[in-house]
Design a protein around this ligand. Sequence first.
Ligand code: NDP
Length: 475
Amino acid sequence: MKKRMTTSAGNAIADNQNSITAGEYGPVLMQDYQLIEKLAHQNRERIPERVVHAKGSGAFGELEITNDISEYTKSKVFKKGEKTRMLLRFSTVAGEAGAADAERDVRGFALKFYTKEGNWDLVGNNTPVFFIRDPQKFPDFIHTQKRHPQSNLRSNTAAWDFWSLSPESLHQVTILMSDRGIPQSYRHINGYGSHTYSLINENNERFWVKFHFKTKQGIKTLTNEEASKIVANDRESNQRDLFENIEKGNYPQWDFKIQIMTEEQISTFEFNPFDLTKVWPHGDYPLIDVGVLTLNENPKNYFNEIEQASFSPSNIVPGISFSPDKMLQARIFSYPDAHRYRVGTHYESLPVNRPIVDVNTYHTAGSMNYEEKEVTNAYYEPNSFDGAEENRDLLEPDLVINGDANRYDHNKNNDNYAQVKDLFNLMSDYQKEQLFNNIAESMDGVPSEIIDRQLGHFEKVSENYAAGVRAALKI
Ligand code: NDP
């Protein structure tokens, strides 16, 4: 027998085709509650899109640990042989929810691991660095990537004005404008945790770590020309590629690797090791194999499992922790804040966000607080009624911090050019040619004083970098 069709209160529906009207030709009566409920629900079908990373795709999979890294971390998710179910959401950064996939942009690479010790989220990108190193600049930077308040158009002028006035952006700008700026698909990008994090072992010793996911499909990219042809026919090229490959059983994989720095190494590192605009050179800090990540399951419901998926770098488990990276510190606040606004106070209760372990908080009430928890006398803490308790064994080793509180100029005595030079030097002539042309195209309409200021930065990397862009600009 077919299921009974009902209103959301479970009242049976007699007719879902014809509204109740006064006479055959109308008008509609207010008492047609089924109609009103349908229209009201339709009005509420969208939640606010993410301010950044609005357009995305995702899939579930598994992280398998193949190597022993217990000397660095006690975390159960990193035990050799451990397999952990996970979710990966890819995205572009600047475009709105309906934007085309094949755009020149950084790609989000946001991971949620449903571990035996609670959720561990690693909210990274397909690049190891970022445009800024101080969170004070984040809202301004994002404004330059979004639409002009009057014209409602994206603005090359705003982007290059901000970048040319923020020399710390040059490393990320160079990656964005390189061949890697438009990936062929999400399967063909690397993922990076980008920030420095920490690992803590059984002896309560701290190590500093960077996380890397190297695509087993190989890096594949698109030129501006190739991408514009794709966008003309298909705005969902990356969503389609990911969904269809997983449906076919062609599961994408990434090698999971880490870089480690000891407490001693960190104190003598030539740069600030917590600076999000810099990498740790592989030669000095080699990649250590950890495991393999496989995506093998498409979401059953895009809205429930991808649109409402809420990732946050604040979600850590014993053996993995934060670092003093200023950008990371700000994201620890701003991501959960975004989810409480966008999805709702109890967003962590939704199936896609819910950890596989018991959750025992003393939060109470709040909108959408639907989970039935046993009501006991232990509704505050500390209590004498057997309520959930803290575990001081999980306290981390002391983190020694010295210095006077002030607003330090993050560009003072900070080399914004050396690592860009390393990157520029490893590009082939063809890659350099693409870099110059991509920059020139994206400078269309930008006032000459802003272009001149930016050329000054390219010059500090290499005369050839500036000359190449000048030639592509025909100046
Ligand atoms: P290595 O030669 O050991 O590493 C170079 C890295 O650059 C490789 O991981 C390579 O990725 C990646 N790469 C190549 N072309 C591009 C591109 N167009 N955009 C972004 N990445 C690219 O040198 P170092 O570790 O000393 O780093 C040199 C420079 O390489 C850095 O300044 C940085 O710009 C870039 N880089 C460094 C990373 C790191 O963690 N050390 C990570 C990514 C980039 P692949 O192996 O996939 O080809």
